[in-house]
Write a protein that binds this ligand. Sequence first.
Ligand code: ADP
Length: 551
Amino acid sequence: MLGLMQKEPLLISSLIKYAALYHGDTEIVTRTIEGPIHRYTYRDLHARSKRLANALTRLGVGQGDRIGTLAWNTYRHMELYYGVSGMGAVLHTINPRLFPEQIEYIANHAEDQFIFVDLTFVPLLEALADKLTTVKGYVVMTDREHMPADSKLPNLHCYEDLLAAESDDFDWPEFDENTASSLCYTSGTTGNPKGVLYSHRSTVLHSFAVCMKDCLGLSSYDNALIIVPLFHANAWGIPYAAAMCGAKLVFPGAKLDGASVHDLLKTEQCNFSLGVPTVWLMFFQHLDANPDIDLKADIKLERVVIGGSAAPRAMIERFWNQLGAYVVHAWGMTEMSPLGTTGTLLPKHAKLSDKERFDVQSKQGRVVYGVETKIIDDDGNELPRDGVAFGNLMVKGPWITAGYFKGDGGEILDGDGFFNTGDVATLDPDGYMQITDRAKDVIKSGGEWISSIDLENAAVGHPAVQEAAVIGVYHAKWQERPLLICVKKEGQEVDREQMLAFLEDKVAKWWLPDDVVFVDQLPHTATGKLLKTKLRQDFAEHKLPTADAAE
Ligand code: ADP
């Protein structure tokens, strides 16, 4: 027997309609690419998204057409989130930090019809435009006054001119909630990037989760600085969830340096923010370099979501001890919209000491309702949820991809419909998950696994260490042994022996790195993760001091 409830489709346009109606005065603040701070409201965002939908229609864009963006976090990019998807076209956010050849590949693979571009990235597109075979035109996201003179981009439009020519009158169409809404490519550190195609339904369901107290608890009380880029996994779903609950949004534009982040946190008095560990490293460097900053007056942060790569424990501690901000450690993937686990606490944790609570927070968080999770060994056997056994992390749920765009990568789900995340993790009985490694980064020493992430976290706990990476390098006896590669903090000193001594009581003895080297900087991917493939190439010939002894 079927239920008798209304079959209202879950559409992205319903989010912005709601925000405009019931949080119409709530602000969206942007540090613009042109410079000044821009402020408007959800009501304005809704009106301009409708203008944009009219402009797209006039340009000949129809349902299902892909519209590319190469843009920072701004209100105009947000208008594309609603205008493009709301009218039934597909928003394709391109990560401008990818190599130009990857951007070319992605735009062609997606068959983008138009690309909307911030001033910053116009030169990048000019160099590629000849090779973008499906693009009919480009829209620079600025006003007439700032339009680049003599741009070589063909069929060039000015964003504000397009909008000015249209009316606010647009009826968001109704269609099947399974219609594609947006497209993000994984960064493809090996092989070509692959497209993850979200639907209206998956996006709205994910937004409900983001607003759950046991997930990120986003609400109308939040005043959120969105540092995670709109081009990285939908900015972790915040642009949609914020409209669902009416959170105030603050967009940093192109300026993600410590001073600019501090400035926005201070002037807007944000209580909530999200970003990958590297941006927070820059923020703390700025605080270190300016000890007279009045932290109490400037920073009102209550919750900071850190994900994308492991939040170092030292960072979690510092946010709490220095700023009184609770770090919500989160894990997810582009393939998962992206949220899978978030570091909220349970009632039983109320009495924990700070130190004990940091242990819980250092894990990647608890499984969110909507994401089914299990860990399996290499033969497919399910492993216990005891917080000790670790295995391949598998996920299933309504906002997790069923396959890549255009069938790339073939069948990606197992017989039970689970997606292999490529992460190796433990799960405990309360649902807390801890990543021990990427399957391809795990160090296999004499048949046992060593977690590169645990070692890195321990190493960055050293006060002189800015950033650390651990990779496996060849060893005659053990096949692979860990090599620790560190970047020192400016003006700080530490040597190999001191580093090893520091780690001695923090990791199992047989996990201790066989060597430590210091470099000026570490390579990162376009989404701020350590680029271990490059490190493995760079240190392929590195001879461990222990290697001879073993031969
Ligand atoms: P990319 O496009 O760089 O692959 P994703 O954000 O989709 O971007 O990457 C997902 C991967 O990032 C995860 O599978 C995991 O390996 C890593 N990751 C994300 N969050 C965390 C975290 N909190 N701790 C450790 N690793 C993480």
